[in-house]
Design a protein around this ligand. Structure first.
Ligand SMILES: NC(=O)c1ccc[n+]([C@@H]2O[C@H](COP(=O)([O-])OP(=O)(O)OC[C@H]3O[C@@H](n4cnc5c(N)ncnc54)[C@H](OP(=O)(O)O)[C@@H]3O)[C@@H](O)[C@H]2O)c1
Length: 348
């Protein structure tokens, strides 16, 4: 089988580090470049001692991020950069013939106007929006296969879209009555020194933030509207919780035709996900738990009907850095490369 030369731009950040972890042990990938402005010249092993046992980590040096050089080194380039910056790299890399898997929000929403509304600046490359494929393999596998620009979904969106979409498509829930509460670990904010994310500020504390109009709503509502076949809005409240990684989402919905049949819900999920390698539909008394997905590319999903309120409650757990970011991006790489989708993703 072929080997893909892959590069990670922004490899010193949390999702970049996770990409490095996955790609170093991926049997069809040679990690040929990792970039970081602050660590340029130092080896992977020096900056991330946890990788020091891997022979490649002793020889691979962080380089300055330069699109022209990267395009000569790599076929596939992962962008683990802040939004806005990612598009600046995507443009020249695509022009030079690379395939780009972007973990930022730059190419997730189809409308430059919506991007500006939520990200507060003009889209840096609106001409590329039409060709970008939303990199949620469970929904867009066929499109990912031939894409040159893949916009990997955000972490909250992944945890909210996968439980909701089969039920919206099956018309089992009211599109106008969706409320999502999500809890995220602190790595979701990236590896930067900011007062809000210092240990003492986060530890022993839980707080909501970013409401009522968190940026991720732009892609969440875009994809939910596509599934529902009508424009919808949802209520979404994210919370920061004192764990390193993990997202737990609880989503409150109202069935379209109460009392909804449990068999219909079960069937909608079964039909959508029975062959999905990374979607774990929980049965019996089991409920999603971030410790069961940490370090893995899995999403756990469960649901409960509340006979007192008539609501259908959906719950999911993912690792924000794996299924919510780097693992999902590697899943897309596997689709692009024609490899089994689980390649390099079954370890933890
Ligand atoms: N963290 C998550 O759970 C998560 C989940 C899904 C998606 N994402 C998205 O993935 C992207 C990366 O997130 P992250 O959490 O990994 O961020 P992070 O930890 O803050 O890392 C950002 C990386 O980008 C590099 N960088 C920053 N500004 C740059 C610039 N102007 N030019 C070149 N390189 C630059 C940094 O390296 P140097 O400063 O050393 O150059 C660093 O390697 C973001 O768009 C984020 O929204 C994150």
């Amino acid at each position: 089988m072929k080997t893909i030369q892959a590069a990670v731009v922004g490899a010193s950040g949390y999702s970049g580090e996770e990409l490095v972890r996955l790609l170093l042990s991926h049997p069809q990938v040679e990690l040929c470049a990792v970039t970081s402005r602050q660590y340029a010249g130092q080896t992977l092993a020096q900056i991330f001692p946890k990788f020091a046992h891997h022979p490649r980590a002793k020889t691979l040096h962080f380089s300055e991020p330069k699109a022209e050089l990267l395009s000569r080194q790599a076929q596939v380039v992962f962008l683990a950069l802040p939004h806005g910056v990612a598009a600046e790299f995507a443009v020249p890399l695509l022009q030079q013939g690379c395939q780009v898997i972007d973990l930022s929000a730059d190419f997730r929403v189809k409308s430059a106007g919506v991007y500006k509304e939520f990200y507060a600046h003009d889209h840096p490359a609106p001409e590329l929006l039409a060709q970008a494929v939303y990199g949620l393999p469970e929904l867009y596998r066929a499109e990912i296969k031939t894409a040159s620009l893949i916009a990997s979904p955000g972490c909250y969106p992944t945890s909210i879209l996968l439980p909701l979409i089969p039920l919206l498509r099956a018309r089992l829930i009211d599109p106008a009555e969706i409320i999502a509460d999500s809890l995220s670990g602190v790595s979701g904010a990236g590896r930067k020194a900011e007062l809000d994310y210092l240990f003492v500020e986060c530890n022993e504390s839980v707080r909501p933030y970013g409401l009522p109009k968190h940026r991720h709503l732009s892609e969440i509502e875009q994809e939910l509207s596509a599934a529902a076949g009508e424009r919808l809005t949802i209520q979404f409240t994210p919370h920061l919780i004192p764990i390193n990684r993990g997202i737990l989402s609880t989503i409150y919905t109202v069935p379209t035709a109460p009392p909804v049949s449990p068999a219909a819900v079960e069937e909608a999920y079964r039909a959508a996900y029975q062959d999905e390698p990374f979607v774990r539909l929980l049965t019996g008394k089991a409920l999603p738990d971030t410790k069961n997905v940490a370090g893995t590319n899995a999403i756990e999903i469960a649901w409960r009907l509340d006979p007192r309120t008539g609501r259908l409650i959906l719950m999911s757990a993912i690792d924000n850095l794996v299924k919510g970011a780097s693992g999902q991006a590697v899943q897309s790489l596997n689709i692009l490369g024609g490899f089994p989708e689980t390649t390099g993703l079954l370890g933890s």
